[in-house]
Design a binder for this molecule. Structure first.
Ligand code: PLP
Length: 393
């Protein structure tokens, strides 16, 4: 950890949205810093003035910064980054490209995100592979010892969600990566909810493939995301186009060697520029300072929530992040979200649709999800809890 701290006044001044809303839906889409919005609008305006291809060429160097900035954030090489339109497609490009055949086993966790699990089911149905779920430990996070015990010759992939969509749980991604490396098994990490709120070092995590989105904790525009592909991973993407490969003769093609083989030719260049700027902004703040503040704010929020009569927290895990979930014994979660929205307070709710295995195993009702970011204030936590207590009286 560095000794840098977040200058709350500055980051709030940089974030126009905080003057309109109390925004605790950062795990949905965080508020953009003004520099990001300006960059996106500037690029779209340029497109309208001089043409889309011409604008891309003019802003080429700035747009390309997305690779270097992400490489700095994740501690990898820029050639190991692919820009993709969202986390799901980034993850899909990795997963569907991996060769799984009859009898192969994929190991995953109880908190796996619905879209990933649906993909497991689809692929396993098609090719006769099997998905197995590693049990949780006493903290409610993936049990690394149990994972080790489940590995055998059939295990071809460990695919885990780092931070669950339905709460503060941070799975022990590094310990899981160590096991994957020990047994030489491909490790695919869904870091959609963790990138931007905590330090992610792909070397330390030992992961081969990592997917994330721009709009959540990175504070980038919607419709942006990326895939990290370790340069030792040589798989050919499930889809190729003329950007991912070259048509070298009437019967031949040659796939790019870098991670951009997982990209499309056509991209949202304004969004890509916005993502580059958002990461630059984050790198200036320092991810350690961000993590420290997000985790502290979330702890304050959980402490106050647990003091409200009739509220039960849903967060598990030895380490808990900026996502807080809870339910009331009086009012259903969707009603709470609506009533908070009427007071200009943004939250959302999480249901079995996103994390079926965990929600059913713990027999959880729909839960309100209040997710904080470093630009939220202690005063907002007070206001939020006062309002919630009033609603749930
Ligand atoms: C854990 C996790 N993985 C993946 C996704 C999907 O991200 P996207 O909507 O960018 O495809 C989400 C979205 O909430 C998520 O929470």
């Amino acid at each position: 950890m560095t000794d840098r701290t977040i200058d709350l006044n500055k980051v709030r001044n940089d974030t126009p949205g905080v003057s309109n809303r109390l925004h605790f839906n950062n795990a949905g889409a965080a508020l953009q810093p003004k520099v990001v919005t300006d960059a996106v609008i500037g690029h779209i305006e340029l497109e309208s003035k001089i043409g889309g291809y011409e604008a891309e060429e003019q802003n080429h160097d700035k747009i390309e910064m997305v690779y270097g900035n992400l490489a700095k954030l994740l501690n990898c090489q820029s050639s190991e980054i692919a820009f993709v339109e969202n986390a799901t497609r980034a993850w899909d490009m990795a997963f569907y490209s991996l060769p799984l055949k009859q009898g192969d086993v994929v190991l995953t966790g109880f908190n796996e995100y619905a879209s990933n699990y649906i993909a497991f089911l689809q692929q396993c149905r098609k090719n006769g592979a099997e998905v197995k779920v590693v049990p949780n430990d006493e903290y409610g996070q993936l049990d690394v010892k149990a994972l080790k015990g489940m590995i055998d010759d059939r295990t071809k992939l460990i695919a885990i969600t780092h931070v669950a969509t339905n709460g503060g749980l941070v799975n022990p991604a590094k310990a899981i990566g160590d096991v994957a490396a020990e047994y030489g098994i491909t490790y695919l990490l869904d870091a959609c909810q963790s990138v931007g709120q905590m330090s992610i070092d792909v070397q330390e995590l030992n992961c081969d493939l990592l997917s994330a989105t721009g709009r959540k904790y990175l504070r980038a525009p919607r419709g942006t995301g990326f895939l990290y592909v370790r340069n030792t991973v040589k798989v050919e993407p499930v889809f190729l186009d003329l950007h991912a490969a070259q048509w070298t003769s009437n019967t031949e093609y040659k796939v790019r060697e870098d991670a951009r083989r997982f990209e499309n030719w056509e991209q949202n260049f304004a969004g890509k520029l916005g993502l580059a700027v958002a990461i630059e902004y984050l790198l200036d703040l320092g991810i350690d300072a961000v993590q420290q503040r997000v985790f502290e704010l979330a702890k304050q929020l959980r402490d106050k929530l647990s003091a409200i009569d009739g509220i039960t927290l849903g967060d598990v895990g030895e380490v808990k992040c900026g996502i807080c979930t809870f339910y009331s014994n009086k009012i259903p979660a969707p009603d709470i979200v609506n009533q908070l929205a009427a007071e200009n307070i943004n939250t959302t709710y999480t249901t079995v649709a996103g994390t079926r295995l965990d929600m059913t195993a713990r027999n959880l009702p729909p839960m309100v999800r209040a997710s904080v970011h470093y630009y939220n204030s202690e005063a907002e936590i007070e206001t939020f809890c006062d309002e919630l207590a009033r609603i749930c009286r």
